[in-house]
Unconditional design. Structure first.
Length: 124
């Protein structure tokens, strides 16, 4: 349960009409991984890039749904580029919190106060 909370698991889209999304295969993957005591490095790799592994299995592709568990919107007036940026930022925040135990959300606006995470994208 705590893992699913950390990776923002939900069976709905989260915005506006809160439409249902079929995320249960991912939940089942996580539960089976814990029950089988999967090695942490495999568990991590499959969730972050399972769909990119050579000859990825269905299970590995389902695991990569981790990257698609963010809130999404299908609102008619939304700006596609704006929401692409919102979705990307959400994935970075979640990946850093879940896998690195660190917050990066503040680096969207300013340098991280206590860690070497900078707002700027290059050193120039």
């Amino acid at each position: 349960m705590h893992w699913l909370d950390a990776v923002r698991y939900a069976d709905t889209a989260g915005f506006h009409g809160d439409n249902p999304i079929p995320a249960w295969p991912y939940r089942d993957y996580v539960l089976q991984a814990f029950l089988k005591n999967r090695p942490f490095d495999e568990f991590t790799r499959e969730q972050i890039a399972g769909d990119l592994l050579p000859n990825a299995t269905i299970e590995q592709r389902v695991a990569s749904a981790y990257n698609r568990l963010n809130r999404t919107s299908a609102e008619g007036g939304l700006q596609p580029k704006e929401y692409l940026a919102k979705y990307g930022a959400d994935r970075v925040r979640t990946l850093s919190a879940v896998w690195m135990g660190s917050t990066l959300g503040c680096a969207e606006c300013h340098d991280h106060r206590f860690d070497p995470f900078l707002r700027r994208t290059s050193t120039r």
